[in-house]
Design a protein around this ligand. Structure first.
Ligand SMILES: O=C(O)CCC(=O)C(=O)O
Length: 235
């Protein structure tokens, strides 16, 4: 596990200056972490609205040829006309932003904090306790392009978000290391853990989906509900 080297900078949000930390993962990947993106009261209002009004579903998905109940609730919102999302044999219905007006308000706040961003789809996740989780994966679906910016907003129960470097592929000369690593040894850690607090925003950028996998593991002590909003841009 790494000791995070955080580079603090300040960006301007709606009315105030918020502290942003950037973790350079190496090779053109980084993570921006805003611990206090949304004030606590505002975040609880959003949590309560989403918990009650979103049409949560817990679909069956296919992993390694076997059918499983997805270990968290989900819902998908997207701008009309985009390529449809499909993962693990499941194609979610795309609801409209207009169906849930606070989502547009949240999207505007995220856009304001991340200049140049232009998200048009949102995957919502609800973890009803510590047994709910998301396993190791990368959001590397073709519809997001090679270097997607993915912004992940958390409400409710704190959970760990773990990023782990993808295992190296065997190269043609029998070495386990990719060529670019052999040329210049990397000083970057291979695993990072972020504690996702109520109202925090974590953004993965650059080649993070190509080179890293992430998960929110089970946590026996996480008894309460957590809601996560993951904004992406379908190209
Ligand atoms: O809940 C989270 O923080 C992560 C969700 C996630 O990895 C995903 O939806 O792909």
């Amino acid at each position: 596990m790494s000791v995070l080297k955080l580079k603090p900078v300040s960006v301007s949000n709606v009315n105030e200056t918020i502290k942003t930390e950037t973790v350079d993962l190496g090779n053109g990947s980084d993570v921006v972490f805003i611990q206090r993106f949304a004030p606590s009261d505002q975040s609880w209002n959003w949590f309560n609205y989403l918990d009650k009004h979103i049409p949560w579903t817990r679909p069956n998905i296919r992993v390694f040829g076997k059918s499983f109940l997805q270990p968290r609730d989900t819902c998908y919102v997207a701008t009309p006309g985009l390529t449809e999302l499909s993962y693990s044999g499941y194609q979610p219905h795309a609801y409209s932003w207009d169906d849930y007006p606070p989502l547009q308000q949240i999207l505007d706040a995220v856009h304001k904090a991340l200049p140049g961003s232009s998200f048009n789809s949102l995957l919502l996740n609800r973890y009803r306790g510590g047994n709910d989780y998301v396993g190791w994966h990368a959001d590397d679906e073709k519809l997001y392009g090679p270097t997607p910016e993915i912004a992940s907003l958390s409400f409710g129960c704190e959970r760990d978000f773990v990023l782990k470097k993808k295992p190296c592929k065997k190269s043609t000369d029998g070495s386990d290391e990719p060529a670019r690593k052999r040329i210049k040894k990397s000083s970057h850690a291979d695993q990072h853990t972020f504690r996702l607090k109520h109202g925090s925003l974590l953004v993965m950028r650059g080649f993070t989906q190509r080179d890293w996998i992430h998960s929110v593991p089970k946590r026996a002590k996480a008894e309460a509900t957590r809601i996560n909003l993951t904004f992406r841009r379908v190209l």
